[in-house]
Design a protein around this ligand. Structure first.
Ligand SMILES: N[C@@H](CCC(=O)N[C@@H](CS)C(=O)NCC(=O)O)C(=O)O
Length: 329
């Protein structure tokens, strides 16, 4: 946790809140990199289990990368209930309410196995070494980069390069911006405990969305005509925007569907294998809306209309061929 961050007794927040009322996300506890160097986590098929919840954007990124790269064949996946309990993420979707591989009921058990003194929030995504049952990496920011690089020997045939060498510096720079000004900015707006901090986050978020809207008016994806790691990172926030952030987090200057380029870009990705087929809007809605503190009567909003995600997008104007046109319908 950052020096500034305190848990405010007055607000009884379970999140890390600074004195001025800003959300200052906790540090990752398990950050050992994957690789072949001394002390690194060995890259080995069948050894790890990725734990996620369909509601979570940081975890969803990993699943999109798995599908695109074919890593779901070599790393198993465990799915927690999208509605977090007072004891944290629970594997209540599984028979007997226990993860079938790790035999745990709550995610916190795998964190405790790795560090009995861990006092932070037990978060997804978390990678567990099946041989020990311990969490070995929960570095939500870097994980996709490991899947894209050191895990390359296990990529499926024909998998695209989501993190091309020649673009890495630019991708890293954009990812940093996306993190502060989009991915985490929605949380900073939603968790702020002062008007000033909420407004700061809101302004940063919409200023960046305006810039991205402009960038995407000139090219199909963030880096031209190829999907990269950055597109995965932007997509997971956009997919949650109108259904959750716009209402629950008060990120409501306008909706995603009010930005013509961002909206068509989001639909384009949604209709691409790996994106829409891993997006569970019902889980997202439940996970954000059925928070007991915010919604004591547990009323689930009926809207918005989600069928529009399958409507035709206009992005083929940047790279259209007859074949792609047909696919985009
Ligand atoms: N690991 C990061 C980011 C991942 C994250 O925030 N995951 C959320 C779900 S989207 C989570 O697992 N929260 C559990 C909790 O707050 O108890 C963190 O600690 O802030």
């Amino acid at each position: 946790m950052s020096d500034l961050a305190i848990k405010t007794a007055a607000s009884e927040s379970r999140y890390e809140i600074t004195k001025s009322g800003a959300f200052a996300r906790q540090q990752n506890r398990f950050t050992t990199p994957f690789g072949s160097g001394a002390g690194e986590l060995p890259v080995e098929a069948g050894r790890y289990r990725l734990l996620w919840a369909r509601v979570c954007p940081w975890a969803h990124r990993q699943i999109i990368a798995f599908k695109i790269l074919g890593l779901d064949e070599v790393i198993s996946v465990g799915t927690a209930n999208p509605v977090r309990t007072s004891q944290g993420w629970e594997f209540s979707l599984d028979p007997q309410g226990v993860d079938p591989v790790l035999g745990i009921r709550f995610l916190s058990e795998a964190y405790a196995k790795a560090d009995p003194d861990y006092t932070g929030r037990a978060t997804v995504p978390a990678v567990v070494d099946i041989t020990t049952g311990k969490v070995v990496n929960n570095d939500y920011f870097k994980l996709t980069n490991y899947w894209e690089t050191v895990w390359a020997p296990f990529h499926k045939q024909g998998a695209p390069d989501l993190y091309p060498q020649e673009l890495r510096a630019e991708i890293d720079a954009l990812n940093e911006t996306l993190f502060h000004e989009v991915n985490n900015a929605v949380y900073k707006a939603g968790f702020a405990q002062s008007q000033t901090e909420y407004e700061k986050a809101y302004d940063v978020l919409f200023a960046r969305l305006d810039q991205l809207e402009d960038r995407l008016s000139r090219q199909r994806y963030l880096f031209g005509n190829r999907i990269t790691d950055s597109d995965i990172r932007l997509y997971v926030t956009l997919a949650r925007f109108d259904i959750a952030y716009h209402t629950v987090f008060k990120a409501n200057r306008n909706r995603l569907i009010d930005f013509p380029n961002l909206w068509n870009y989001a639909k384009d990705l949604y209709q691409t294998p790996g994106f829409g087929d891993t997006t569970d809007f019902d889980a997202i809605k439940r996970g954000y809306h059925l928070n007991r503190g915010r919604n004591p009567y547990q009323i689930l909003a009926l809207g918005p209309d989600l069928s529009i995600w399958n409507e035709r997008h206009d992005r083929l104007r940047f790279s259209g061929t007859a074949k792609e046109e047909a696919h985009g319908v």
